[in-house]
Write a protein that binds this ligand. Structure first.
Ligand SMILES: [Ca+2]
Ligand SMILES: [Ca+2]
Ligand SMILES: [Ca+2]
Length: 148
């Protein structure tokens, strides 16, 4: 469950951290990869995207509703989680549920070279981009930026 939350909201670990700080993003993304590569084959398999979300599917209907996902999330990352869910719910039209149709598209977006497999560099690049794009939603405002 913990690694699942880490992936989906990048959050499980953060429950123990105050303030929350995902920087440096490349390290966060790498840790995220290792917690999401369930079979340890060094790639993020398409099936592992399902694995990541499985624990959110409280009523086991094969898809994750917005309220199921957000149920696990609390402030200060709630707003970030809302945006992440919108990213996951990517198959048009957005319907408030994340399921295989969304997973296929999301996985394809992570698969930068479109060879059908998300390797570690693709995974890391994807999450660095997500973290940078949404920095205002998760950056601890009380801290000055840290230079690596
Ligand atoms: Ca794997
Ligand atoms: Ca959807
Ligand atoms: Ca690839």
């Amino acid at each position: 469950m913990k690694s699942c939350i880490v992936f989906v909201c990048m959050i499980g670990i953060t429950l123990a951290q105050d303030p929350i700080d995902f920087r440096p993003y490349n390290v966060t993304a790498l840790n995220l990869f290792y917690s999401s590569d369930y079979n340890g084959n060094g790639q993020f398999d398409r099936s592992e995207l399902n694995d990541v979300f499985r624990n959110y599917d409280v009523n086991h209907d094969g898809r994750v509703a917005r309220h199921e996902y957000l149920h696990f999330i609390s402030q200060p990352l709630y707003d970030f989680a809302v945006i992440l869910f919108e990213d996951y719910d990517c198959a048009p039209p957005p319907d408030g549920f994340v399921d295989d149709v969304d997973f296929d598209l999301y996985y394809s977006e992570m698969d930068a070279n479109q060879d059908g497999m998300v390797v570690i560099s693709e995974f890391v690049d994807h999450w660095i981009h997500v973290l940078e794009k949404n920095e205002a939603l998760h950056m601890p405002s009380s801290q000055a930026p840290v230079t690596p």
